[in-house]
Unconditional design. Structure first.
Length: 116
């Protein structure tokens, strides 16, 4: 079941973007959804993830207070609201979904470019 990510683009520093990721079909047993990013020459890193419980969000220190992750369980969707963007946020952003039976699905990546 492929994941489709959207919402990337070019924005000036201080601007905002909202990324969205949806499964093309139904995925049962999703226990966590997340966003990762990979900048040129760097390893992929966790940006934020969200579980099923209340207050189950987790953020990289570099994005705390600026990014907000949310999910729609009924639609198998996860979003990432990014405010106060910085040039160092420039990267390809990937979404993922993890099931309780051990399967991890990845999206194709969406480019976010922040100009100074």
């Amino acid at each position: 079941v492929p994941l489709q990510a959207s919402g990337g683009g070019l924005v000036q520093a201080g601007g905002s973007l909202r990324l969205a990721c949806a499964a093309s079909g139904t995925i049962f047993g999703v226990i966590a959804m997340g966003w990762y990013r990979q900048a040129p020459g760097k390893e992929r890193e966790l940006v934020a993830n969200i579980g099923t419980g209340v207050d189950s969000t987790n953020y990289a220190d570099s994005v705390k207070g600026r990014f907000t992750i949310s999910r729609d369980n009924a639609k198998n969707m996860v979003s990432l609201q990014m405010n106060g963007l910085k040039p160092e946020d420039t990267a390809v952003y990937y979404c993922n979904m993890i099931t309780n039976w051990g399967q991890t699905y990845w999206g194709q990546g969406t480019q976010v470019t922040v100009s100074s």
